[in-house]
Write a protein that binds this ligand. Structure first.
Ligand code: PMP
Length: 425
């Protein structure tokens, strides 16, 4: 029995499913989740001492690599002064200023402790600001686990929401309209019918929770246009894409100015941080300035702020994102070549430091296309790569991430491993 198997058995006795977040349980791929002891740069080391090249990066935050000395140093220094005060600290303003400098659509920013809190608060704010209840989201996009956003699409447009999860009241889910991602015509039709009731549209500008699907030209533009025409709030959920696809995030990359932006992951550098911000007139509706309530005991935590600021400083260096893009490109094109040589149908998609692997022949633009890929083949590929010492996201529907710590040699080693695994698929 491996240490991971032992630890998983123990964990299951006291933690539901043995994990504190479901995908970690390897339900998507089968087998025993790997328990990690430590990370360094591009590598993770498991409890049995095995080394893996890591393409999960804690689901996004570890853009500078694991245990980066500058980030860990900043955290230790902050921790020496105390872990939490529940009162304002200078570091919160420094981090807010840095974010505002990188994302000009944000005039005021509020920190919280997770991406879920950020999106939940942003839609409450959009509702409070507009006095409307309906929210538009897209099929296959994930915005955390708050009630209003845990709603899956029906098949047709304008389908009223049904809860994906038991425990979400149907009356609440009915206010969430789910449309197909990358379908500008569906958005237009939805607004034509219900425009006056829609508080806001929330979208992952590059979808990263159904593998990795970039926006088709014109899709994000159509969201901006419809929100403008009907007085709805456009929310870019950049919890994953923020500072990941480009220094200026997806909004800068695609040249669209959202009204509100939600952030998480990278902004905390591995500590629990989320944030939401945007137009002053909307953000001023938030307590204590306005009546829309939102709060948090640990919001703006000084240790978390230190990690976030150190991370944003590192990724502000010239060439940081060009290097990430080059790593993603080299990895994706190398994997496609290796798959083709082995007669395996594989399509890859990447934007900046995030990528997706689809076991299919064609480019993927929609949830339906993403879910039609060969999941069984992905599972075999995942376990083959794991045995080779390459840690990919344990699900066919999650994006992968590279970090600044990945070297050309790491990519080469990954491709050599993939050649061996494809040959056995
Ligand atoms: N929005 C997006 C786009 C995400 O990818 C995630 C997490 N994967 C969330 C929101 C929720 O963030 P958290 O897990 O920090 O609550």
């Amino acid at each position: 029995m491996s240490r991971s198997e032992e630890l998983f058995a123990q964990a299951r006795q006291v933690i539901p499913g043995g994990v504190n977040s479901p995908v970690r349980a390897f339900n998507g791929v089968g087998g025993t989740p790997v328990f990690f002891r430590r990370g360094e740069g591009a590598y993770l080391f498991d409890e049995d001492g095995r080394r893996y090249i890591d393409y999960v990066g804690s689901w996004g935050p570890m853009i500078a690599g694991h245990a980066h000395p500058q980030i860990v140093g900043a955290v230790i220094e902050a921790a020496r002064n105390g872990l939490s005060f529940g009162a304002p600290t200078a570091a919160e303003t420094v981090l807010a200023r840095k974010v505002i400098e990188l994302l000009p659509s944000i005039e005021l920013l509020r920190m919280c402790s997770s991406g879920t809190e950020a999106t939940m608060s942003a839609i409450r704010l959009a509702r409070g600001y507009t006095g409307r209840d309906k929210i538009v989201k897209f099929e296959g996009c994930y915005h955390g686990h708050s009630d209003s956003l845990l709603v899956k699409a029906g098949s047709g447009m304008l389908t009223l929401g049904v809860p994906t999860s038991p425990g979400v009241p149907a009356e609440l889910a009915a206010h969430t309209l789910t449309l197909p991602f990358n379908d500008a015509a569906a958005v237009e039709a939805c607004f034509a019918e219900l425009g006056g009731q829609i508080a806001g549209v929330i979208v992952e500008p590059v979808a990263g929770n159904m593998n990795c699907i970039p926006p088709l030209p014109g899709f994000l533009e159509s969201l901006r246009a419809q929100c403008d025409r009907h007085g709805a709030v456009l929310i870019f959920d950049e919890v994953m894409t923020g500072f990941r696809v480009a220094r200026e995030s997806a909004q800068g990359l695609y040249g669209i100015r959202p009204d509100l932006t939600t952030l998480g992951k990278v902004i905390g550098g591995g500590m629990p941080v989320g944030a939401f911000g945007g137009r002053r007139a909307i953000m001023e509706r938030l307590a204590p300035l306005g009546p829309v309530y939102q709060a948090g005991t640990l919001s703006g935590n000084p240790v978390a702020m230190a990690a976030g600021l150190a991370t944003l400083e590192l990724l502000s260096a010239p060439g940081f994102h060009a290097r990430l893009s080059e790593l993603s490109r080299a990895l994706c094109s190398g994997l496609e070549d290796a798959a083709r040589a082995a007669g395996v149908a594989l399509t890859t998609q990447h934007v900046g430091g995030m990528f997706g692997l689809f076991f299919t022949e064609r480019t993927v633009h929609t949830y339906a296309e993403a879910t039609a890929c060969d999941v069984g083949r992905f599972r075999r590929f995942f376990h083959g790569m794991l045995a080779e010492g390459v840690y990919l996201a344990p699900s066919a529907f999650e994006a992968g991430f590279v970090s600044a710590a990945h070297s050309d040699a790491d990519i080469d080693a990954t491709l050599a491993a993939a050649q061996r695994v494809f040959a056995r698929l």
